[in-house]
Design a protein around this ligand. Structure first.
Ligand code: COA
Length: 221
């Protein structure tokens, strides 16, 4: 299921007509009808609560606030999309259910030609190569369909799974920085950079639909 209930919505808001398919996954910008399943995935658990992998400690919020803020976050992303600054939050579907989110962002994309990524999977979906598959999907979209020249990412220095995805796809270490993971808790963050020519491409080709209609929204003109 990649369309919307009323096809005119994808005509009026072309991001809803965008999809990326990989051998096991379907990635589509999060739609309202997917939000309940997305909330289920968040509540199912994303990481060991004793650590905080994210730059913003959103998963620490109590259940009701976590649900409400997750919905607000998705709506805020859509409302803020412009060629100067955008984040597409892709719902990741595996075997008919939503198992996580793969974000793809850029600032002044037409000028910079650089994207950044962030992602999470439910705990039961981790460690099966799906994180690598979904990051490969959005990198293929960015490099081969949007014309990106480079991609960046970052992860806590202890986040072996995230760093494992980056290493497997060809990213190079690009320095470190300090971040406040939780209030009063400093952590070292590994920065990563991937040039288009260094992308270790998967053996499959991502099937992308709807790119022409989104190009003016993401790259202007
Ligand atoms: C980060 C995340 C999306 C990675 O997805 P994943 O499905 O678990 O990772 P994959 O199974 O695709 O693994 C990709 C690579 O990393 C390696 N890897 C995965 N987990 C690892 C671990 N715990 N230790 C060492 N290497 C690991 C894999 O071996 C694989 O490398 P390979 O292709 O060379 O064999 C997922 O673990 C997750 O959602 N974590 C919690 C949230 C989070 O940390 N988000 C990122 C914030 S920066």
């Amino acid at each position: 299921m990649t369309g919307t209930a009323d096809p005119r919505l994808a005509e009026f808001w072309p991001l809803f007509g965008l999809s990326i398919r990989t051998p096991r996954l379907i990635l589509t910008p999060v739609r309202d009808d997917q939000l309940p399943c997305l909330v289920d995935a968040i509540l199912a658990g994303v990481h060991d609560p004793s650590v905080m992998p994210f730059g913003v400690p959103w998963t620490d919020a109590p259940r009701d606030i976590l649900i409400r803020e997750s919905l607000k976050y998705q709506w805020s992303l859509r409302a803020a999309v412009s060629p100067e600054d955008w984040t597409i939050s892709f719902a990741v579907q595996f075997e008919g259910r939503i198992i996580g989110v793969q974000d793809l962002s850029a600032r002044s994309f037409a000028l910079m030609r650089r994207v950044s990524t962030g992602s999470w999977l439910t705990l039961d979906a981790q460690g099966r190569g799906l994180g690598k598959e979904m990051r490969s999907a959005v990198l293929s979209f960015a490099f081969d369909h949007l014309g990106a020249h480079s991609a960046v990412s970052d992860a806590a220095v202890w986040n072996a799974a995230s760093l494992g995805v980056s290493a497997a796809l060809g990213y190079q270490p690009n320095g470190t920085t300090l971040a406040e993971a939780r209030p009063g808790e400093v952590r070292e963050q590994q920065l990563l950079l991937l040039a288009r020519e260094d992308f270790r491409r998967p053996q499959w080709t991502a099937a992308v639909e709807g790119v022409e209609a989104v190009r003016p929204i993401l790259a202007g003109a």
